[in-house]
Design a binder for this molecule. Structure first.
Ligand code: ADP
Length: 251
């Protein structure tokens, strides 16, 4: 579903990803862990086409996300192509990023109507189903500012799902929340993991959540994968000293 092939990402002289190779199968739930600054968010931002690779190729399905084909060769995709490429990818951010001037329901229906060309009626019906799923059907006509952080985040999850993504990227989705609202958000995500086959890439400091929902954990440091394995292995008996130290510091 996703393949990073010798991906390099630099910001100036700072090499954030260093010839990174990894792949994710359809339906995988992969958690990226590692110290702050190790490049986890950059991976998600590259997949969202919010950043461009410095070198290497990112594949989504059989198609290059980061490149276009010209006369049998792959060349870096120009900016205007990139955004169109990420139709199948949804992202939920740390800071919700809801449209403050739109009601909850309109936040969810806006992209399906404008980008997917759904009718207003169909988009509303689907949005109400999604709000039901995240436990917020009664907030449809409210503005986001009237909602708690955890509720806003659940709206953001519904909004991402309304685009019917094959891949869902979750970037520290609970770290800006009050502790009492974190579990509602995690419960919704657990339910999505249980009831759908959406491929998920998760960056989180919630190690229990990572253990519950993911089938693979990748440990990053210095723009490389230090170690990977099942949650049982990585959280239970990691091979690498760096993984042990990191987990000791965060758990
Ligand atoms: P993580 O998610 O693991 O904490 P990030 O991917 O956010 O790591 O960041 C990796 C490195 O890239 C950091 O050193 C960060 O300062 C740098 N970085 C990220 N985005 C930018 C940017 N837009 N401009 C310059 N440096 C950046």
């Amino acid at each position: 579903m996703i393949r990073f092939e010798k991906v390099v990402k630099k910001f100036g002289d700072n090499t954030v990803l260093d010839h990174l190779d990894f792949s994710v199968r359809r339906g995988d739930r992969v958690t990226l862990i590692g110290p702050s600054g190790s490049g986890k968010t950059t991976i998600l931002r590259l997949l969202m086409t919010l950043e461009k690779v410095t070198d290497g190729v990112i594949w989504v399905g059989d198609e290059p996300l980061s490149h276009i084909r010209r006369r049998g060769k792959l060349i870096p995709a120009p900016e205007k192509y990139l955004r169109r490429r990420r139709r199948t990818i949804g992202m939920v951010f740390q800071h919700f990023n809801l449209f403050p001037n739109m009601k909850v329901i309109d936040n969810i229906t806006e992209a399906p109507i404008r980008v997917l060309g759904h009718s207003k009626q169909d988009a509303r019906t689907r949005a109400m189903e999604l709000l039901e799923m995240v436990g917020l059907a009664d907030k449809a006509e409210q503005h986001p500012s009237k909602l708690s952080g955890g509720q806003q985040q659940r709206v953001a999850i519904a909004r991402a799902l309304a685009m019917e993504p094959e891949i869902l990227l979750l970037d520290e989705v609970t770290s800006a929340l009050d502790p009492e609202t974190v579990s509602d958000v995690l419960d919704v995500l657990r339910e999505i993991a249980r009831t759908t086959d959406i491929t998920m890439l998760i960056v989180t400091h919630e190690m229990r959540f990572a253990r519950d929902v993911s089938n693979r954990v990748l440990m990053f440091d210095g723009g490389r994968i230090v170690e990977e394995g099942t949650p049982e292995k990585i959280f239970g008996e990691p091979d690498e000293e760096r993984t042990r130290k990191f987990l000791h510091a965060v758990l």
